[in-house]
Design a binder for this molecule. Structure first.
Ligand code: DQA
Length: 170
């Protein structure tokens, strides 16, 4: 199982950046903690951070097609990053949007997410643990998601067979 773990602008400064809001762990420490859990569960976690929207999109286009899930904290791009949203929306994998802080308790501009409508779910306000919880959800749900996808494929095959039969009968 391959999961992308993506952090957007300014999250490289975690640890130094407003620790009263974002906590004292650095991004590298958080990535190690989440990866420790991922490795225990047999998950290949691919970590990436960029301050540039285009670079995030390039990464998603390079690594996203065969990913089973995406955990992303888009930083401030959450609130206006439409190109990032389009890149995420083009993937089949479920997207989990994570925020360290409770954005809904903060300035009004943080209450809107352009990513949320294309995400499967959102976690906000639980600090770094939100990332690990997102991963736990993906691991728990993956068998069901795969089963549903498989059923969609076989339903489509059955429909196609029935159409072919009907055509043959005509
Ligand atoms: C954030 C919240 C955003 O509003 C902000 O721009 C960030 C971090 C969070 O993790 O709480 O950079 O996504």
């Amino acid at each position: 199982m391959k999961v992308l773990f993506i952090n957007g602008p300014n999250l490289n400064a975690l640890g130094k950046r407003q620790p009263e809001i974002y906590g004292t762990l650095t991004l590298s420490q958080i990535e190690q903690l989440v990866d420790f859990y991922a490795a225990q569960q047999g998950v290949n976690l691919v970590c990436f951070q960029s301050n540039q929207e285009g670079t995030l999109i390039d990464f998603i286009q390079a690594e996203g097609w065969d990913a089973d899930g995406v955990i992303i904290n888009p930083g401030a791009l959450t609130h206006y990053g439409l190109a990032l949203r389009d890149a995420l929306a083009s993937l089949e994998a479920p997207i989990i949007e994570v925020h360290l802080s409770n954005v809904y308790q903060r300035e009004p501009f943080r209450h809107t997410s352009v990513i949320a409508p294309i995400a499967t779910g959102q976690i906000a306000g639980l600090g770094w643990l939100g990332y690990r919880l997102a991963l736990e959800w993906l691991i728990e749900e993956m068998p069901r998601l795969r089963f549903e996808k498989q059923s969609e494929v076989s339903d489509a095959d059955t429909d196609a067979d029935m159409d072919a039969d009907t055509d043959a009968d005509e």
